[in-house]
Ligand binder design. Structure first.
Ligand SMILES: *Cc1c(COP(=O)(O)O)cnc(C)c1O
Length: 515
């Protein structure tokens, strides 16, 4: 809230963290305090001057809004400052190493941005006549070609808009294929280390999820998996490399076993970064796999932009894929919006997918080339192993041996310090780093999953390692306050994360705002 001098008062949205003295504005140096947009601009004014309209006649035939729209009125500079100030409170890959395991937070080359802004691509609309968007359809078709080539799979559904959406697409395709055979099944198997979206997707599709335990060395327990298999199993969902950062060595046996009972092998391809250009999932017996373009093929990620999760499919599953799809006809590219065979399970999105991400991903692929993409995998694995090797003497590595593109530690090294994984992560914020992925995967206690990605230089990884070693030493030396009180230097302290998740307040309400 603002008082009448325009100075933010100490409400939940603005907190002064200085322990020296409070500033008049609530800002701290170049870190400006900022209220909610409704607190800056009220609904009674507007940032633009309109002339009074005489003789106004609505053309909406009685459908026009009758109540106030209730939006905050701000001028352009106020809007610019609001969002710029907020953006400076955020962490971003453009600010520093972002070791969020399983998320592949890599640099998004600016060439991608330049390509996405070409007016022939950036300024078109999906409802334009097809004759005027041939270049865009060509681009979708070319990207599809490379995705199929890299994965060794014959078909791809381009429209899913995230990894989780891709999983949904894959399982709906599998369900449609099974139902077409009159073979409705009720179970999906998922390893205990699976990303939460895997069981969530299976359950959203109406399947019962049966968890498969992990072996001592962090991989799918093949024997336990075989025992869980039966004629009622529709699919197994396996991530490879898995979320412990390890390659599933028995992946072909897993595929063969599920095929032997008439089920399908869904591969969660979120970790494709570790094997791109090296391994073709089609050669491993995969039937369907989503690819997070926003992970493996750069492009903005998470809060930075929309995702894209195309799903590569086997010959058997291809006819059941969602609409629409692009085909290269005799003379033109065509958009097939109505399934001529009646087998497709339907449509998942309004248009053809995340065009902006398609452009960036293709730009990334073409600028790297086949050799460059293989190098991506090699360097991402190298960087992760460098982190693992440099920290395992003082932190507790969860599994023996080298890792793939991410290094997994657990909280055994913090035993008897009174410091938890969460406390440790908060202290990393004070050091200027986004924390690693915490408490995931669930198969180890107090997990810390670190993925540096290949786009970090040795200097940058060395500084990260130095910072981690410093914190571990402080933790072991008993400097508890540094951790349990962290973050000391962030604009906001510990938030009630559980409360925010259980009771999200997603809408500003005038009355509550006045309180
Ligand atoms: C990121 C991720 C997903 C989900 O992808 P989104 O694009 O975030 O929906 C699924 N599985 C794994 C292993 C992931 O890392």
């Amino acid at each position: 809230m603002m008082n009448n001098q325009g100075r933010p008062t100490n409400t939940s949205s603005v907190k002064n963290v200085s322990n020296i003295y409070e500033t008049f504005t609530g800002s701290q140096g170049l870190s400006q305090a900022e209220g909610l947009i409704y607190e800056i601009g009220d609904t009674e004014r507007t940032g633009v001057d309109f002339k009074e309209v005489n003789d106004f006649k609505s053309a909406l035939g009685g459908m026009e809004r009758t109540n106030e729209i209730g939006l905050a009125g701000l001028t352009e500079p106020e809007v610019m400052r609001h969002y710029t100030r907020l953006s400076r409170k955020n962490f971003a890959i453009d600010l520093g190493l972002y070791p969020l395991g399983s998320c592949t937070m890599k640099h998004n080359p600016r060439l991608n941005e330049k390509m996405a802004r070409l007016s022939g691509l950036g300024d078109i609309h999906p409802l334009q006549p097809i004759s005027t968007t041939q270049g865009a359809l060509d681009l979708i078709d070319t990207l599809a070609h490379w995705l199929k080539t890299m994965t060794g799979m014959p078909a791809v559904a381009m429209s899913p808009k995230a990894g989780a959406h891709g999983e949904l697409c894959g399982l709906m395709t599998i369900r449609a294929a099974l139902e077409a055979k009159g073979d409705a099944r009720s179970i999906v198997l998922a390893p205990e280390s699976a990303h939460g979206t895997n069981p969530a997707t299976a359950s959203l599709c109406g399947y019962r999820v049966k968890p498969i335990p992990a072996t001592e060395d962090g991989r799918v327990d093949l024997e336990a998996m075989k025992e869980a298999l039966g004629p009622d199993v529709a699919a197994i969902m396996v991530t490879n490399p898995n979320t412990c950062g390890l390659f599933e060595r028995e992946i072909i046996e897993i595929a063969d076993a599920v095929h032997a009972v008439g089920g399908y092998f869904y591969c969660d391809g979120a970790n494709f970064n570790a094997i791109v250009g090296k391994v073709r999932p089609g050669d491993l017996g995969v039937d369907a796999m989503h690819i997070n373009l926003h992970k493996t093929f750069s492009t903005p990620h998470g809060g930075g932009g929309p995702g894209a999760g195309p799903v590569v499919l086997s010959e058997a599953l291809a006819p059941f894929a969602p609409m629409p799809y692009v085909i290269a006809g005799e003379e033109n590219f065509e958009l097939i919006e109505h399934d001529p065979t009646g087998k497709s399970f339907g449509r998942m999105t309004a248009f053809h997918g995340q065009m902006g991400m398609f452009i960036r991903a293709l730009s990334y692929m073409m600028s790297h080339g086949a050799d460059g993409l293989a190098k991506v995998a090699e360097d991402s694995v190298l960087n992760a192993n460098y982190v693992l090797a440099s920290l395992k003497d003082i932190m507790s590595a969860s599994f023996e041996g080298p890792c793939m593109h991410e290094a997994l530690f657990d909280d055994r090294f913090l035993k008897d310090t009174g410091i938890s994984t969460l406390d440790f992560a908060k202290a990393m914020i004070d050091e200027g780093y986004h924390p690693m992925t915490m408490y995931f995967p669930l198969v180890v206690h107090g997990a810390m999953l670190i993925e540096p990605t290949e786009s970090e230089s040795k200097q940058s990884v060395d500084q990260f390692i130095g910072m981690m070693r410093h914190l571990v030493e402080k933790a072991k030396a008993g400097e508890i306050e540094r951790f349990t009180g962290a973050p000391h230097f962030a604009p906001l302290k510990r938030l009630d994360e559980t409360g925010a998740a259980r009771n999200p307040v997603l809408r500003w309400r005038a009355n509550e705002g006045e309180e």
